[in-house]
Structures are given as structure tokens and as C-alpha cells.
Design a protein around this ligand. Sequence first.
Ligand code: HEM
Length: 473
Amino acid sequence: MWYPVPECNASAGTYCALPGAAPSARACAWCAVPTAAGPARLKGPEELPGPGLLRTFVWLFLRGYLLHTHRLQVISRRLYGPIWKSTFGHYRNINIGSPVVLEQLLRQEGKYPMRSDMALWKEHRDTRRLPYGPFTEEGERWYRLRQVLNKRLLKPSEALLYADAIGEVVSDLMVRLREERSRSPSGVLVGDVANLLYRFALEGISYILFETRIGCLKQQVPAETQHFIDSINLMFKNSIFATVLPPMEPWDTIFAFGKKLIDRKMEELEGQVERGKEVSGYLSYLLASGRLSLDEVYGSVAELLLAGVDTTSNTLSWALYHLSRDPDIQETLYQELKAVVPADRFPAAEDIPKLPMLRAIIKETLRVYPVVPTNARVFYEKDIVIGDYLFPKNTLFVLAHYAMSHDETYFPEPERFLPQRWLRGHGSPHHPFSSIPFGYGVRACVGRRIAELEMHLALARVSRDPPTLGILA
Ligand code: HEM
């Protein structure tokens, strides 16, 4: 299928005259439409359009986009086209704002894709002499880490191993929602749903990783767990201003918390192995695999833990927010659940393939509010050619996912929350790279399957019990 780049002004039988369109009888640089004849020459990145330093300063600091860079992506995409250059601090970026161009780029990925230098996160590990995890590690060492981590996590069938654990945590979430409702003056209000969902996500990922409940959904959260929660919060708050305030202390707490639970599990495991008992669970698998050193397990678990909390909880918060504002979608989902899941049992993992609306709501939430609105890739092994441009190796490509998933060429009325656009026979065709919330290729999100399972099961349970949802309206 031919997916147009919005700026491409060619139609069938005509030539594209987009700036950057490849000359000669070759295809247009961005959209694969044949272009007018002319001499072929590869251009350098400096020939791309883009704001200068002064203009960037004005947008970020005077017009206030520093904390809204995702919106600035949309504006830049409109001003400069599918690919543009920009400068931020000492970073020289090549921004990709079209899925057609993004596909050309990502298809050239090698065996060890690199996201960016992750200097900030590495600074903490280096200073404290701690090991890198899957986010921060690179090259062959990253590849080896991922080979171990992927197992028991990445395949949908393997994620099902955790369905019962997630179901247990979802039940606790339901209890807390009901308690909050009944304790409120009106009897129906949950004061801070986002906070409860945050605790739910943290409890869920901890249970999966450590095979231990840490009490996030208890009325009285244990002090140690509360300190850990605060550290994760602080970590994210700091990230924006991290260049001036490297987040050391919160990372220390995250590592220490993980280390304690890992050490405890290690002792348990030794006992089990001595008694000849088979080990189960993710951490047990990592520890017993013999393929990672204890240090590598500490590093990986800390990063998995951090990645697995606000990603799923924010997505759930937005999904519930939109459901509460749209009774029709709520009703469609409720009827779908009623038709598939008998009233005498809870929605389960095996129901999810039969619940297209449930899945569409999560997809649409991740399109409108991508957890990673901006991603990056550095190709350090080779030069890259995209269209008529040659980019020397080590170019930093910034992937403007937010602009792409808000592009009306692929998603008409992009600001509207319309889950039905993902249903078969309802939606308009969209480029497969226009909304890729979990990333792409071998470096894509390792927690995707458990994140989906958590979100689907929680949303299904909350929606099957309409009074719970009504409180959000
Ligand atoms: C709504 C939920 C989530 C979303 C949308 C999400 C999205 C992403 C994205 C976009 C990336 C970058 C991929 C790339 O560069 O191509 C990523 C990486 C990663 N995610 Fe997730 N994520 C989610 C939940 C989770 C969970 C629950 C975990 C932990 C179990 C997790 C662990 C990771 C890790 C470790 C990486 C780094 C992988 C690597 O560099 O090799 N994520 N995620």
C-alpha cells in the first residue's frame, strides 16, 4: 500500500515536487512517488530545513514549550515537513516526523540498536559503580542481557504466566476503589484515581518481578514501600531538569529497594534448590538461569521496575478519563464484556482476544497519549541514507512519535478519542509506523506483553462493574 507523506503533492501519474524529492526517474525522497528528472546527488543534513538556535530558544523559553515539547513536534512538523534539523544544548538532532520516513530509518537498524547516549542514567551507575540494565547497556552486552530478559516476558504466551498474579492485584484494586467510594462524603467518589492506579501498577510489576507483595494497595502503605514510591516520583520529576540536577538519591533508593528483595529471594531460592524444588517466577528464573551475574540482575530489575510503573498507570488513567466522559463507548465496552464473559467469573486473559473494543481503547489511549512521545536512535556503525540525504554515522535521530500519531493524514480528527478507528472495518488506513507506542524492532519495549495484560485486565474489571466507573464522571 502507498502511504502519502502529507506534503507530497503528487498523485498517480504526476511527479512529486516536495523539497527533498529525489531528482531523476527515482522515487521521491519521502513518499516513493516518481520525481521529475534531474541530476542525482546525496545531500547533507545541513541542507534540511529547521529552526536556528535563536528560534529554538524563543519557542522553548519565551513561548513556553520547554515542558510541552510534544506539542512543539506538531508545530515543527507543520513548519518544516517530514524531516528537519534542530539543536538542543550540545545535541544536534535530525527529527523524523513522518511514518514513511521513520520506516525507512528503522528498517536500517543493525543487530545492536542504540537509543541515545542515556548520559544521565549512566552517570548514576558510573558514580556508584553499579551495573547497567537494558535501558542503559549497549552493544553486545545489551544484546546478551536482552536475550535473557526477553525470555519469560516478551512472548504473549509467556506473559500469560503472570495472569493469575495480575488478577490478584486487580482484585485488590477493586477492593480499594470500593473502599474509597464508600468512605467519601457522597458515597461514590474516588478522590485520586491516578494515585490508586499508580499503586496498582507498582504492586503489579513488583509482584511479577519479585514474586512478593509489597503492600502498595493496603490502606496503610508500609513505610519502606512509601519511600520507594516517593523515589520513583522524584526520579521522574528530576528527569526534565536533570541536566542541572542529576537524580542520584532516588536512583539509590530504587536500587537498594530492589537489591533487598532480590537478596531475600536469593536466600529462598538457595533453600528451594537444596530441597530439590523447581523454581518458578521471573526473578527466580533470572537468578537460576546462570546467565546473569547477581550484579546484572540488580541492574536489570531496577530498570524494569522503573519502566513498569507510570507507563501502565498513566495509560489506564487516561483510558478511564475518556470512558467516564463518553457514556457511549462505556456502554459498548460493557455490552462487549457482558457478551463474552459470563457473569459468574471475572474477565480473564483468554477473553482478551475476543474483546476488540477493550483492546481498541488501549490502542487509542496510547495513540493520543503516547507514553514515549519522543524516542531516539543513533546509528554508530554506519552512515545512513534516507531519501536523498546522507547522514554520517553517530547522527542523533529524534523520533517525533507524538507528531506522527497526531497526524490527520493517518488519523482524521487526531485530537479526538475515537477507539472505533482501530476496529476492523471502521477505521481509516494508517501507516504501520504511525503509532508504535512500544517502539520497534529488537530494542522495542521488553515489558509490552505484561503491560498490555495488566491494562486489559484492569480495564475489563473496572468496566464490568459500572458503578465503579460512574464515579469518574
Ligand atoms: C503502557 C506501557 C508501556 C509502554 C507504552 C512502553 C513503551 C516503551 C517504549 C516506546 C520503549 C522504547 C522502545 C524503542 O526504543 O524502540 C520501551 C522500552 C523499554 N520498556 Fe517499556 N513501555 C511500557 C511498559 C513497560 C513495562 C511494564 C516494563 C517492565 C516490565 C517496560 C520495560 C521496558 C524496558 C526495560 C525498556 C528498554 C528496552 C531496551 O532498551 O532494550 N516497559 N518501552
